[in-house]
Write a protein that binds this ligand. Sequence first.
Ligand SMILES: [Zn+2]
Length: 141
Amino acid sequence: MTPFPPPRTLFSRALRLRCPVCGGHPIFLSWFTVCPSCPVCGFRLDRHEPGYWLGSYTINLFATEAAFCAFFATAMVATWPTVPWSSLLAGGLATVALTPVAIFPFTKTLYLAIDLCFRPPAPPDLATPIERGFVAPPTIR
Ligand SMILES: [Zn+2]
């Protein structure tokens, strides 16, 4: 069994939208949909906990607020003293509308990496071969 990767590796894999545990991919079915488990190692990406992704939503919210503050402060300082408030409003609205969509999958994998730093995977976090689709489920006669 390979040793559990250090935090630097977990975050590196997360930023490349790969499974933080093994580096396998793809772990997204679409830009907004995470696979139930890693197709390579079987790690359950939501760790079978209701509301697990609340942490990623929090990261997404904070990052969006930071992007808005950075945009607003930069634009205001650059155009001072004749600040174009209407343009600033439109730019701010575009920032808060587009940033959460653009960073959505990254916040999910980053939250997963943060969680794995504190709670390394345990046997219940691994999907069974049936759940992963490698073995046909038993039929009931
Ligand atoms: Zn994996």
